[in-house]
Design a protein around this ligand. Sequence first.
Ligand SMILES: [Ca+2]
Ligand SMILES: [Ca+2]
Ligand SMILES: [Ca+2]
Ligand SMILES: [Ca+2]
Length: 518
Amino acid sequence: MNKFISIVFFILIVSSCSNEQTAPPNQPKGEIIYHVFQRSFYDGNGDGQGDLVGLKSKLDYLQDLGVTSILLLPLYDADCYHNYFANDFEKIDPEFGTMEDYIALVKEVHQRGMKIYLDMETQYVSEKHLWWRDAVGNPKSAYSNYILFEDEGHARPATIIFDLRELNSFDGSKIKITTVNLKDKSVLDYNVKLFSYFADPDNNGKFDDGADGFRLDHAMDNLDNKPALTNLFSTFWSPLIERVKKVNPQLKFVAEQANWGDYGFEYFEKAGADRMFGFGLQQAILSFNKQQLTNKADTILLMTPPGKDQIIFIENHDLDRSASVLNKDPNKERVAAALTLLIGGIPSIYYGQELGMTGRGGFGIYGATDGNDIPRREAFEWFKTDEGKGMALWYKNTGPWWDHTYIKANDSISLEEELPRENSLLNFYKTIIKLKQSDPALSMGKYAPAENNNAQVFTFFRQEGLDKVLVAVNLSAEKQKAGLSPSGGTYSPLYGRVAINQNSFELKPYEIGVWSVK
Ligand SMILES: [Ca+2]
Ligand SMILES: [Ca+2]
Ligand SMILES: [Ca+2]
Ligand SMILES: [Ca+2]
């Protein structure tokens, strides 16, 4: 090849690569979050604990899947395996790594054009936290106002949610916890500094090293109904978000509504949250009930104010695995995945959901211990044998959650088994994500109801500018015929081969169709 041709060839390769990897700014790819319980994801140093180095080494997998953002569980130093209830908010839990590991991960995520969000819960501290160590039994402590007390001598720090004073850890230890006084001005100032630190660790006004946003765990206006902690939307959350956004106005705050039955619209209005979790749609998608889906989608997606967003999900660290809820029915798993990814808002995939990992947990199944939730937080299944390098089996041989582990070898649920299998759930996720990201309406468009005359067929539109797409799913195990109303337009399939003639179409059991509408 002569020099001139090779230069032209080089330019062509470079420009076609950049076209493929970075969508033009007016056509964003559409955000897709990967919610990862990092302790259970990938162990980078062989101690059985998933960690930041391990997560960083698996970014190729996440990009290949098509996700654009990562949401972590809390990273700060804590004794609980889930890392809620901090010993030290400013330090990375040594089991996850160091601040250097955090910054290296964040920079690598950003170099790939991805985003990363941190989970924060600063309403509580453990007995190992400085504020507890200094202030309990010492009314003269500089931190006396930082935590709540029940007595004048400050011998009894306040209870937390459910009037608990301590948590029973899965490993048999007890961890004492108290509630932070979010009404204290110094506590608000501290939180502003803490969040700002993680948004820009070296404080140089450049955010390549910082988180792109935060999840606010268990956010409430009246925290746990404590009389001392009322009106926190206006006195704590809203000023916190406003002040931290002065550091980086692009930061996104998602609040977890404490009441999962709540749509959370008040959090948008009064707490300054950018995003809320669409819990109502989570239940509706798994219900396979058209009426419920229609009601929740019309409420959650249509009533979210402009500039705000909903996170759409079917799994998180507090919920049973969707594959278990759906009795491992592969057709239902696909319908639930398609709805999560295509209905609107910002989809979030909980690690292992894309493999169809199973698990049921919850309060009391193994007694009064946080081990109850381990079945929802098991090691990501990298291998056919469910053993091998990187498997984060930190809870191996620690109790009944291990004796009854949902992880099984050779059961076709693992990355190694699913990657090469063309019709695997993993490859279905990839297909739908690709479809979503190749179409502006599916990526960015608004949800709009689409009526049809069949009680088992759920249909909706997504529209962005002139680009309009119709999605239909058969929620039943029988063949269904449906007629769209009102009529109009021509439909060409983007996914599936079903034709729509004179506004009517037929779907096989649990079949999914996606059409471009002209
Ligand atoms: Ca490790
Ligand atoms: Ca720890
Ligand atoms: Ca910086
Ligand atoms: Ca398996």
